[in-house]
Design a protein around this ligand. Structure first.
Ligand code: URA
Length: 194
């Protein structure tokens, strides 16, 4: 995993000066973990600390782990896009934005390689970006959340099938409170499966 991350860091640091767009690599149990969690992209805290799901997103992760009776170091945690996508307002304020097509196209092959190296027993995607990265552009979270889908993933000459369990992104629940009950129910279904 270390050599994968070093290769990825070298490639992307050639594209952006590290101080401008720090890379946030995946981390955790990279040897057949029970769960590989895949988010969208790092936010401000993740970018500052160089680690996925810290800060506010880390609080959501704690709740997720509590329900599944797992520790952070038991699982592998990553994002589709490994830099923080940002926009700058007229007043110069920097804020998060969704990943764009170019970022998704650039980072998705690395995610495939990462998954094939880690060989997780279950992949849990958070939100539409992670779901589409694995299941294709027509996959929709509203149709696929809360149950396992088998997905064939390819990177170069390597291919393998994985279990994918899509969840709504915890951030989307903040904007749509009615999703909280759906998310909780889906998490219980995942707990039964694990
Ligand atoms: N932090 C992450 O690392 N990923 C997300 O998807 C959201 C917050």
């Amino acid at each position: 995993m270390q050599s994968f991350n070093q290769k990825m860091l070298r490639f992307f640091q050639d594209l952006w000066p590290a101080e401008e767009k720090p890379i946030v690599p995946g981390e955790g149990n990279a040897d057949h973990p029970p769960v590989m969690l895949i988010g969208e992209a790092p936010g401000e805290q993740e970018s500052l600390q160089g680690r996925p799901f810290v800060g506010k997103a880390g609080k959501n992760l704690d709740g997720f782990l509590r329900v599944l009776e797992l520790n952070r170091e038991d699982i592998y945690i990553s994002n589709v896009v490994k830099i923080r996508p940002t926009k700058v307002s007229d007043k110069g304020r920097v804020s998060n934005r969704p990943p764009n097509k170019e970022e998704l196209a650039l980072f998705t092959p690395y995610l495939m390689e990462e998954i094939l190296l880690v060989q997780p027993k279950m992949i849990v995607t958070l939100g539409n970006f992670a779901l589409k990265a694995l299941c294709g552009p027509r996959a929709v979270i509203g149709d696929m959340h809360g149950r396992t889908t088998r997905v064939l993933l390819t990177h170069g000459k390597q291919q393998a099938e994985f279990n994918v369990f899509p969840l709504y992104h915890p951030a989307s629940i903040i904007y749509n409170r009615s999703l909280q009950a759906v998310y909780d129910e889906d998490l219980q279904a995942l707990r039964q499966l694990l």
